[in-house]
Design a binder for this molecule. Structure first.
Ligand SMILES: Cc1cc2nc3c(=O)[nH]c(=O)nc-3n(C[C@H](O)[C@H](O)[C@H](O)COP(=O)(O)OP(=O)(O)OC[C@H]3O[C@@H](n4cnc5c(N)ncnc54)[C@H](O)[C@@H]3O)c2cc1C
Length: 445
């Protein structure tokens, strides 16, 4: 095994204790045919397959768990295949990043608008598999909203193409079966590599836009008031281009900030309506850049005492939970404290958009969370806290980890994935849907 094959285990999640001996092979295909050959090899040896893109996923899915497995990386599949400025699409291989697509489109005056903060390392195949998006999903949607067509290879080597017209397959019987259950790009979105290997994507692109925007900073007495203002923006479909909330920040990092607060950037002609929603003070360009900078640095600064961790990554507050934001955050912080953690900072995209397991779009606030970890806390203890947080979220109408959704924490999505895998085969990332998934990941913290 070469060093680069050990590096295949590297990932950004907290599940890093990989048993490399269980990785029985690593493939870096360049074409669909090479993907088929890699999968056929896995099948002949009875190995499961874990697809891997940039390794920036935070839910542990790209590790492959602890199965004896074959890893297939998309990092040698990063070509632009076709582009149509008139019809506003680009066809790409799965291993290309949004930044590289935009480098390519720059001179054409076009842009691909899905931009997670990890856009320089995350691949489009991985971003669709986690249904990621930037802090502008409210405006530009998540990855599925910009995906027009997907090509995929299944565990038995059969090939699928999915688009608005349904499924096409080299096997007519399978094609009929999959069309009957309505397999679509929505199913591939957030499937965490459990269906097949994505070999090609058609993505929508649009012209680069220049517009006059106004920056604003609103401070609130408490978080329920912030939640009500966000709900108002959602109901009015406010054309916010950038919105970030900070609901709490530890004294060691808050500088002169006074959370809860909301930083926004919106078109100048929306100013009078925005004034009806909330009181805010204007931020000039430098003021807005400074606020964005403080927000970006929140997770990067350490407390004077203790170690900062990102235990859980995200909470999606929507509907009723927005109106009770303060109470819900108190519950979350109470649980963290009971588990020995000190809440450190909570900040995130607002208003924002994500999808629930039944594929309905929902809108609200995605909060990221950082904690101070007590010394000597073990990995399994940390995972216990994470699982308790998932339960707390579900009991209170909060979407756990909305950006990095865990298929195994969303029962509706899990059931659907199992239905599809009953037809197409179960060779891809099976550990994610197994009963032991939590134990497996717990042993890797
Ligand atoms: C610093 C940082 C900032 C981040 N910011 C954001 C953000 O703003 N918004 C956001 O949404 N996410 C964010 N993320 C999370 C992460 O970038 C996303 O989850 C990303 O979409 C994963 O892409 P990847 O190529 O790294 O995939 P990987 O991590 O390699 O894999 C993720 C999943 O996709 C599957 N997969 C990968 N390639 C394929 C393929 N070709 N076919 C089938 N399945 C495949 C894997 O099996 C795995 O289940 C951030 C992560 C980091 C580390």
């Amino acid at each position: 095994m070469k060093i680069r094959d050990v590096v295949i285990g590297a990932n950004a999640s907290m599940y890093y204790k990989l048993n490399f001996r269980k990785i029985k092979g690593v493939y870096y295909p360049r074409s669909e045919e090479e993907v088929v050959a890699a999968i056929q090899f896995a099948q002949s040896k009875g190995l499961t397959v874990t697809p891997k893109g940039g390794g920036s996923g935070l839910s542990g899915a790209c590790t492959g768990g602890d199965d004896e497995r074959l890893m297939i990386s998309s990092l040698q599949m990063k070509e632009v295949l076709t582009v149509s400025k008139d019809q506003r699409y680009i066809d790409v291989q799965p291993g290309i990043t949004p930044d590289k697509i935009n480098e390519f489109l720059e001179s054409m005056g076009m842009r691909f608008y899905i931009a997670p903060s990890s856009r320089d390392i995350a691949t489009v195949g991985g971003i669709l598999s986690t249904d990621g998006g930037g802090n502008d999903t409210w405006y530009n949607g998540t990855m599925r909203d910009s995906t027009l067509r997907v090509k995929m290879v299944l565990y038995d080597g059969r090939k699928l193409t999915l688009d608005a017209n349904g499924v096409r397959c080299d096997d007519p019987e399978l094609e009929a079966q999959l069309n009957k259950i309505g397999l679509s790009i929505d199913d591939v979105a957030s499937s965490h590599g459990t269906l097949g290997f994505i070999t090609e994507l058609r993505l929508s692109i649009g012209p680069q836009v220049k517009e006059s925007l106004i920056g604003g900073l609103a401070e609130f007495e408490e978080c329920n008031a912030l939640g009500r203002a966000l709900n108002d923006m959602i109901e009015r479909k406010s054309p916010v281009r950038y919105g970030e909330a900070i609901t709490s920040a530890h004294d060691d990092v808050r500088e002169d900030l006074n959370p809860p607060l909301l930083i926004v950037d919106f078109p100048a002609d929306y100013e009078s309506e925005m004034k009806n929603i909330m009181d805010y003070k204007h931020l000039d360009k430098q003021g807005l850049a400074r606020m964005k900078d403080i927000r970006l640095k929140l997770p990067k600064r350490n407390p004077k005492v203790g170690i900062q961790v990102a235990l859980f990554e995200g909470y999606g507050f929507h509907g009723d939970s927005l109106f009770h934001l303060q109470d819900r955050l108190d519950l979350i912080n109470g649980l963290l404290i009971d588990h020995g953690m000190t809440p450190f900072a909570k900040y995130g995209h607002a208003p924002s958009k994500w999808y629930l397991g039944d594929n309905t779009a929902t809108y609200g606030l995605i909060l990221h969370s950082r904690e101070i970890k007590p010394e000597n806390q073990t990995g399994p203890e940390m995972l216990d806290t994470v699982l308790a947080l998932v339960d707390l979220c579900e009991a209170n109408g909060i979407t756990p980890k909305p950006e990095h959704k865990w298929p195994y924490s969303d029962k509706i999505k899990k059931k659907r994935l199992e239905e599809i895998r009953g037809i197409i085969g179960k060779g891809f990332n099976p550990f994610l849907l197994s009963e032991e998934c939590n134990n497996v990941l717990g042993s890797m913290v």
